[in-house]
Design a binder for this molecule. Structure first.
Ligand SMILES: NC(=O)c1ccc[n+]([C@@H]2O[C@H](COP(=O)([O-])OP(=O)(O)OC[C@H]3O[C@@H](n4cnc5c(N)ncnc54)[C@H](OP(=O)(O)O)[C@@H]3O)[C@@H](O)[C@H]2O)c1
Length: 286
C-alpha cells in the first residue's frame, strides 16, 4: 500500500473500498472480503445505512483498529451543531469505535458551517483524526476553506478519467487539501471498462482498463475508493502497485478528460432539492 500525508500529518492509504449502495445486510461480508484482500481504508456514510456492517466487519476481522482508516460522512439532515455532534456519536456507536479516521461533510447544502464547527469540536475531543468535505466544487471550497481554523484535510469529489477535476485540484493544492476520487470508474458509465485508450495502455502492462484507470488516478495524486461486491474484482482493483504509467501514457489518458460531471451537477437547481428529498430512515442520530 502507498500513503499520502494529509495537511494535519495523518497518513491515509491511497486505495480504499467504498460501500455506497451495498445493502445493510450484505455489508459485513463484503467488507470482510475486502479486508482479506488487503483494504484498510473503508469509505461509508450515514446516508448509506451500512455503518453497522462496516463496524462488525472491522471487529470480526481480527485486524487491530489502528490498522484501519475509517471514513464516514455527515448527512445534510444533521443540520445544526448539536445534531451533528449527536450524529457523530451515533456513527461511532454503529462503527464500534471511539474515533473516525476521516469525517466529512457529505454535501455542500444546509447548515454546513454548523456541521463543520461540530466536526472541529469532535476533532479536538479525539473523536476524529481528520475532518474535511465532500462535493465542494471549486468556488464553494474556496469560499469555505478561507474561513476555517481547521483547514479541510480532504475534498472527496467525483473524479475519474472523464472528469479529472484539474482546476479544482489546483485550488485544493493551495490549502494542502487532498483530493479523494469518488466513482473512480464513473460507476461504469460511458463504457468505462471498454474504453479503447484504457484497454490499449493496460494491455501493454498486462493490466485491465479498471487497473489502468486507478493507476492513472493515484499517479495524479488522488486517493481512490472503488466499490465492487465481487471478491475477484476487489483483488483486481488492489493490484495497482506493481506497474506505473510513463509520461506519454499519462498524457494520453489525460486527454480523455471532458471536464464536466457525468452525475448530478451542483450548479443545477434540482440537485439540492433531490438530495433533500432522500429518505432518512436509517440514520439514527440519537
Ligand atoms: N461523497 C459522495 O457523494 C460519493 C458519491 C458516490 C460515491 N462515493 C464513494 O465512492 C465509492 C465508489 O464510487 P461508486 O460506488 O459510486 O462507483 P465506482 O467505484 O466508480 O464503480 C462501481 C461499479 O463498478 C463496478 N466495478 C468495480 N470494479 C470493477 C472492475 N475491476 N471491473 C469491472 N467492474 C467493476 C462495480 O460492480 P459490482 O459492484 O457489481 O462488482 C460497480 O458497478 C462509493 O462506494 C462511495 O464510498 C461517494
Amino acid at each position: 500500500m502507498e500513503y499520502v500525508t494529509l495537511n494535519n500529518g495523518v497518513k491515509m492509504p491511497v486505495l480504499g473500498y467504498g460501500v455506497f449502495r451495498i445493502n445493510a445486510e450484505d455489508t459485513e461480508s463484503h467488507v470482510l472480503d475486502a479486508i482479506r484482500v488487503g483494504y484498510r481504508l473503508i469509505d461509508t456514510a450515514q446516508i448509506y445505512g451500512n455503518e453497522k456492517g462496516v463496524g462488525k466487519a472491522v471487529k470480526k476481522s481480527g485486524v487491530p483498529r489502528e490498522g484501519f482508516f475509517l471514513t464516514t460522512k455527515i448527512w445534510i439532515t444533521n443540520e445544526t451543531y448539536q445534531q451533528t455532534l449527536r450524529s457523530i456519536d451515533g456513527s461511532l456507536r454503529r462503527l464500534h469505535t471511539d474515533h473516525i479516521d476521516l469525517l466529512l461533510i457529505h454535501q455542500p447544502y444546509g447548515d454546513y458551517y454548523g456541521q463543520y464547527e461540530a466536526m472541529g469540536a469532535a476533532y479536538k475531543m479525539g473523536k476524529a483524526r481528520a475532518i474535511g468535505v465532500s462535493n465542494f466544487y471549486q468556488s464553494r471550497f474556496l469560499g469555505f476553506a478561507a474561513w476555517q481554523e481547521i483547514v479541510p484535510a480532504v475534498d472527496q469529489m467525483e473524479m475519474h478519467v472523464f472528469q479529472q477535476q484539474r482546476s479544482l485540484r489546483r485550488a485544493l493544492e493551495k490549502y494542502g487539501t487532498q483530493i479523494e476520487a469518488w466513482a473512480p470508474f464513473a460507476e461504469g458509465r460511458e463504457d468505462y471498462f471498454e474504453d479503447p485508450v484504457l484497454k490499449k495502455i493496460g494491455e501493454a502492462h498486462g493490466k485491465t482498463a479498471a487497473q489502468t484507470a486507478l493507476r492513472f488516478l493515484i499517479q495524479e495524486k488522488a486517493v481512490v475508493i472503488p466499490k465492487t461486491v465481487r471478491k475477484e474484482k476487489m483483488e483486481e482493483n488492489y493490484q495497482i502497485f506493481d506497474f506505473s504509467l510513463d509520461r506519454e501514457e499519462m498524457e494520453e489518458i489525460a486527454s480523455l478528460d471532458r471536464g464536466k460531471t457525468l452525475f448530478s451537477s451542483y450548479h443545477d437547481d434540482e440537485t439540492g432539492a433531490w438530495l433533500r428529498s432522500k429518505p432518512n430512515t436509517e440514520i439514527d442520530c440519537k
